[in-house]
Write a protein of this length. Sequence first.
Length: 434
Amino acid sequence: MNSEIKIAVIGLGYVGLPLARLFATKYAVVGFDINQNRIDELRSGIDSTLEISNEVLQGVLLDKNPCLNEESTLKTGLYCSSRITDIEDCNYYIVTVPTPVDKNNRPDLTPLYKSSETVAQVLKKGDTVIYESTVYPGVTEEECVPVLEKISGLTFNQDFFAGYSPERINPGDKEHTVDKILKVTSGSTPEVGQKVNELYLSVITAGTYLAPSIKVAEAAKVIENSQRDINIAFVNELAKIFNLMNIDTHEVLAAAGTKWNFLPFKPGLVGGHCIGVDPYYLAQKAQEIGYHPEIILGGRRLNDSMGEYVASQIVKLMIKKGITVNEADLLMLGITFKENCPDVRNTKIVDLIHALKEYGVNVTVFDPLANPEEVMHEYKIQTTASVPNHKFDALVLGVAHTDFLNMDLVQFRKEKSVLYDVKGVLKEGVDGRL
């Protein structure tokens, strides 16, 4: 079975690389990405996303393509490439490209269309294309498959087949890695569903769940993060209410959490490429079929407003301490969308920074994990990865990187200053927290 299966993973980001590495322990795998710089980096045995250690990556890397007929003696391993000819001998194509939203929060399927066009150019009879990107129900069969058919000239469910297995990668989490998270699988026919399920089951130690259809699997994924988004919106609203009542929200949640079925969500800035994006995909589809999703969009509006709310709370604390807000110096600790992860996509720290600047505050952004060039390109915000040698009027813990938690924050504070904890993790010296 292993020698017959040749896998191409399309997109080598936070989702694709860990999956390609895992499959490469048992199969011949080509990791394909259009970003040549990313390919060069991976070929040198380095993963800048920090999802895979260099040692683990180097343990599966090959300098020859194991999926080419002339290299068929190479049974397992990962070869990284940006050349489409390197994936033409594969028979399973797994698409792991991002699914963002545009400036109006409408789903942008461009990466899916482009990757489908790429796969279609090499698609052959008997091949299976599996999508992992988060989408609304119907995208795989109604949007992607027609692209595959048109360009390849092949007939769906006769010449080639499709599957959907939603990604469940948790960036920065070294405990819940891809192999340790139960995987939902599906196929365009019952027989293909079984084959897709067996493929993932061969490497996912946590097991799999075979959904009855692709649309069910798509829907299951998109509601996972929508549910989290709504629950976080609820506690964010509680934080606003309890703040007006001078009650510590975290103390309330700790007390309520003593009941066995209380859900332990915490207030925060909801960013990233999953929780802050996926609800818009479900909402878009709902509106297309004539239903206005009030709770889903209500949660999104509340969570998207938290950057401005936190900024107002910081400014109020500064005023109470007699600190002149205009031209005040503030140090923002962290700009990535979550702790111990270099990913800055859709980070809501940016909303907080913009809101503070509107108050006239001078913001210095310090993040040892974020790539300053990437942040400048995405947000036109200057950052530093070096520890600032300066004292500030205000200090904001925006991201709970371990580096920050192990750091003496007093070194950055003026005698009269404010320390605000967005993440609610600091124990001492805090003037306010969300």
